[in-house]
Design a protein around this ligand. Structure first.
Ligand code: SF4
Length: 147
């Protein structure tokens, strides 16, 4: 797995992180939005309309956020370009798988490069390519455990 596979590639994603997670109003996010609600600044083109101005507008949380490459993988691999705008059920399924793959990728990014965890990285990478149905059967805590 390349390190670049563990970094967000927003050009190849459909804005999943701007819709899926809830945000509380805070110093890092200027207004509150609920889970699955598209951010008011997300454009029809799935791009952030204030991207160049995030910190100034009170969205430093977005600057810091990293999906660890889960967004582009789920968009293209598991969902073949299907958008969360399709319908409510598709959105729910997509966001659920996004969080599972993000957790797998985040764990890989923590242990990649450590010889001790070489096999674990391969296993987590294999899991991250599973289909939606297969991903729903895994125990994510057990899968990402290195104890
Ligand atoms: S402010 Fe921009 S980057 Fe942050 S959630 Fe909204 S659309 Fe996404």
């Amino acid at each position: 797995m390349k390190l670049s596979d563990l970094q967000s590639d927003c050009e190849n994603c459909l804005g999943l992180c701007c819709v899926a997670p809830p945000f509380a109003k805070s110093a890092e996010f200027a207004y509150a939005k609920s889970e699955g609600e598209p951010c008011r600044y997300l454009g029809e083109d799935y791009r952030c309309s204030i991207h160049g101005d995030l910190a100034e507008q009170g969205f430093t949380g977005c600057v810091k956020f990293e999906c660890f490459g889960a967004g582009q993988k789920v968009t293209h691999h598991q969902f073949k370009g299907l958008s969360w705008r399709e319908d409510h059920l598709t959105a729910k399924r997509l966001f659920h798988i996004f969080f599972i793959v993000k957790t797998l990728h985040q764990k890989i990014s923590k242990i990649i490069g450590n010889e001790k965890y070489e096999k674990k990285v391969y296993e987590l990478e294999r899991l991250s390519f599973l289909s939606e149905d297969e991903l729903l059967t895994i125990d994510i805590n057990q899968a990402t455990s290195t104890d």
